[in-house]
Design a protein around this ligand. Structure first.
Ligand code: IYR
Length: 220
């Protein structure tokens, strides 16, 4: 493939208007919380489709777009995922997790019960494509897959939030079983499992604070 650029002329935004938009966006972003108590209220499939289109606008290494999303609304599949995840998580909490890790999780109030996996109307399984397969079956290397998929997930979480939805960034370990349940090929690795929906009416979240700018950034 050869380099054949096309014009790019996005509308120019003044710094004043830009700052106004950033402050508004920050106000919105600030309200996002990771949620573990979902309402069973349905979420239209088109909302998920559009949020996934936004995720797919993420930049990626060599523009390989090394992601694949499986949105699960089917109750039986969700129940199957819940069984497998809870088994893996029981092993984590009761055996595998070092004390230090359990202490780090204590303020989050998590345990191996994952009721949200069957309550949330959608489970989005994000896959990282470690290589592509060309038409003649040859392996085509991908680049910066983790960074690329991570950015796409960031776009997705922000899009869902702005649509009034809540989500949980869940990484059960191990989660290779998700590849079998979702019938995905061996070149794809489960990256994160994201339940999506509306928060339950009695939803509570940990009382956490975000680091101030002075702790996360510096200017030189
Ligand atoms: N996967 C487990 C444990 C867990 C780990 C981290 I790091 C968290 O930020 C939260 C939970 C679970 O989902 O309970």
């Amino acid at each position: 493939m050869v380099y054949k650029p096309v014009p790019y002329r996005p509308p120019r935004v003044s710094p004043t208007e830009g700052l106004r938009r950033l402050r508004e966006d920050y106000e919105t972003a600030q309200q996002r919380r990771t949620v573990r108590t979902f309402s069973p209220d349905p979420v239209p499939r088109e909302m998920i489709e559009t949020a996934l289109l936004i995720a797919g606008t993420a930049p990626s290494g060599a523009h390989r777009q090394p992601w694949h999303f499986v949105a699960i609304g089917d109750a039986d599949t969700k129940a199957q995922i819940k069984r497998e995840v809870e088994q893996a998580e029981r092993d984590f909490y009761e055996r595998r997790a070092p004390k230090e890790w359990l202490e780090a999780l204590a303020p989050l109030g998590t345990d191996s019960r994952k009721d949200y996996l069957t309550v949330a109307p959608w489970l989005i399984v994000v896959f990282r494509r470690d290589y592509d397969l060309s038409e003649d079956g040859k392996r085509l290397k991908n680049y910066y897959m983790t960074e690329s998929v991570g950015i796409a997930v960031g776009f997705l979480l922000q899009a869902l939030h702005r649509a009034g939805l809540v989500a949980l960034t869940h990484t059960p370990a191990p989660m290779t079983f998700l590849r079998d349940i979702c019938e995905r090929p061996v070149n794809e690795k489960p990256f994160v499992l994201i339940p999506v929906g509306y928060p339950a009416e009695d939803c509570v979240v940990p009382d956490l604070a975000r680091k101030p700018l002075s702790e996360i950034a510096e200017f030189r």
